[in-house]
Ligand binder design. Sequence first.
Ligand SMILES: [Mn+2]
Length: 236
Amino acid sequence: MKKPIIGITPDFETKDNRDRYYLNNAYSRAILQAGGIPLILTQQTQPEDYREAVSLIDGLLLTGGNDHNPSIYQEEKHEKTQVMHEIRQDYELNYFREALQKKIPVLGICLGCQTINVGLGGRLIQDIPSQVESTIIHSQKETRNTLTHKVFIDKPSRLYQILGKDEIQTNSFHHQAVRQPGKGLVISAKAEDGVIESVEADDNRFILGIQWHPEELQEHEGHSLLFRAFVREAGK
Ligand SMILES: [Mn+2]
């Protein structure tokens, strides 16, 4: 069987007069382990070129990074909001839009979950520590593969179908979260403090955003199931 090709959005930075794309290897390693072919996506100059690029892939993985510009969801910038590079802002939403058009599976991780949400007209909590009363630390200081807080999964949901259980221990490296789900999205998981940890399409399309980082937790069976389900769906 032909392996599904998974497009991955890298991060982007300008530092020391140099523009660079970069990507945590954990993302591509997780795709490889799940049987997919990772392909890093870069900025295009013409809208139709995003369509052309997306025509080459079978699934889209939206990765973590800095925050979306809150002007996208008509809000003023909170002082803790760290807006991503404008180049990434451009390609991130364009790739998502074209993936929706082509109806290919989309998995959004951390910022990627927020990309799915704002891309569909939803709104975000801009800073959990200052805007949500909670005893849960969503920006953990522990290592990337340490499980620190629980997530409660709604059923029925695609997330529940994939994981086969209604709660899971996760790592957590986010200070923003979904406030109001975008059009066609439903909440599929929350932390104990009510922070939304997952949204997904309300129909049978594979559009799944999760707030934690399963790519860093591949030695835990539940978390590797997410990538396997995503790559399998991309192969259909
Ligand atoms: Mn969290």
